[in-house]
Design a protein around this ligand. Structure first.
Ligand SMILES: [Zn+2]
Length: 435
């Protein structure tokens, strides 16, 4: 098992202590930062200044008081009118536009200052130091060409800790990526689950030499049990999950050697978990929507931002010794898809079923609902795997009966080798049928 210490010493230094932090230290720091963030946002950001739904109270006396403030949503970021930016535009280092998953083509707009970006690089350096040895080669399977992209910031953090990061070619064919990996022989790899899953499965089936990779950091998408198992079997890799999004400044929470939840980046983020329906804050241990408040962000502070991600917060001390609170992830908020004959499908389950079939390298799925319902699955795999995919779907204890009772026609076909982007999340694409 890999583990080179906890993040606690770094947290202590970052919040200005000369000793390891206690919960009391961290919470006192967070309360101070929350009050600073609220005062700063109210005075500098048109959005927060103009909100009419803020209470008069602006000084929190304990962390729980934050529940008296209204939520900020993805819609506020897309609309950006009034702007959430808390600085004149010329002082913001970067404007980051994130394409949203909807079809409207609207984008969230986020800004970071140089200091905001530096905080992320510092977190990446110290977070990666808990799972990567200095001096080791680390393959970075995120796009890293664009300055201040997640891959670029991760490479900068890895360089600082004395590792040797190498950006993999993730914008071309899968075989190019796999060839680069075999040549590099890295001790560790970091990337999105879909990228690492496809690379590992290709290496398992292409007849080339096997590769041992000690550590795999997977980030930016939900990590299914079958993917974790595949990386462990094919590369012998210990898989560390990371949770983050552009809104968290990329870095958000990182697993430790205990693999029992992800330690939250408490120097920079205050997280709450709420009931998505009522908006009520849930006690620790309960699962709900993750809401975040940034503690140091200057470019575009977020206050009670609803992430749309599901999770629960664990307060108890971790086996690794860290006092940092942990996040247990539960996926994205997703409505089950309602079908013609009254059944419903959790579409993310379909992703996991297909990837759990041995030999599936990559895939795309489209569900056409309506009278002539059809599930079209295009897979990158050997031809004999097609029937296994079909059978896995039909015999799954939850999905199988729904597919059958709804009379959904399943079409599994081979896709061209390089049909899919290696850095795009795999999701079931939905097409409503004709009425
Ligand atoms: Zn731990």
């Amino acid at each position: 098992m890999i583990g080179f210490g906890t993040l606690d010493a770094w947290v202590g230094r970052t919040i200005g202590l000369k000793h390891l932090p206690t919960r009391y230290d961290i919470e006192a720091y967070q309360l101070r930062r929350l009050n600073e963030t609220i005062a700063y946002a109210r005075s500098q950001s048109p959005f927060y200044r103009m909100r009419s739904d803020w209470p008069d109270l602006l000084e929190l006396s304990d962390l729980g008081d934050i529940a008296r403030l209204p939520f900020t949503t993805a819609h506020d970021l897309v609309r950006s009118d009034p702007s959430l930016i808390a600085l004149p535009l010329r002082d913001a280092a970067r404007l980051v536009n994130i394409p949203t998953s909807g079809t409207s083509g609207q984008q969230k707009r986020l800004f970071f200052t140089e200091a905001d970006i530096e905080a992320t690089v510092d977190y990446f350096e110290n977070g990666m130091a808990t799972i990567v040895r200095p001096g080791s080669c680390v393959a970075v399977a995120f796009p890293a060409q664009r300055p201040d992209s997640v891959g670029d910031l991760l490479m900068r953090g890895l360089n600082r800790l004395g590792a040797f990061p190498v950006a993999l070619p993730v914008d071309g064919a899968l075989d190019t990526l796999v060839g680069a990996l075999r040549e590099l022989q890295p001790a560790a790899i970091a990337g999105m689950p879909v990228t690492l899953g496809a690379a590992a499965r290709r290496m398992e089936t292409d007849g080339g030499s096997p590769l041992r990779i000690e550590t795999a950091l997977v980030s930016a998408d939900s990590v299914s049990p079958s993917l974790k198992a595949a990386l462990a079997v094919i590369w012998g890799a210990e898989v560390f999950e990371h949770w983050g999004m552009t809104e968290t400044g990329y870095g958000g929470a990182l697993a430790c050697e205990a693999h029992d939840g992800l330690h939250i980046r408490e120097t920079d983020l205050y997280l709450e978990v709420i009931d998505a329906g009522s908006g009520r804050v849930l006690p620790s241990g309960y699962e709900g929507e993750i809401v975040l408040t940034t503690l140091c962000r200057r470019g575009l502070p977020l206050i009670r931002y609803r992430t749309g991600d599901i999770g629960g917060i664990v307060e108890t001390r971790c086996h690794c010794g860290s006092v940092l609170r942990r996040l247990r992830l539960g996926g994205r908020i997703a409505e089950p898809t309602l079908l013609e004959r009254g059944g419903s499908l959790q579409t993310e389950l379909i992703d996991d079923i297909i990837f759990s079939v041995d030999g599936v390298v990559d895939f795309a799925v489209e569900l056409k609902t309506g009278k002539e319902a059809r599930l079209a699955v295009d897979v990158v795999a050997a031809p004999q795997v097609l029937e296994d995919v079909r059978s896995a779907l039909l015999h799954h204890p939850i999905v199988g009966p729904v597919l059958q009772s709804e009379k959904i026609n399943i079409a599994v076909e081979l896709a061209a080798k390089s049909a899919f982007s290696l850095c795009r999340k795999r999701r079931v694409r939905m097409t409503p049928g004709e009425e």
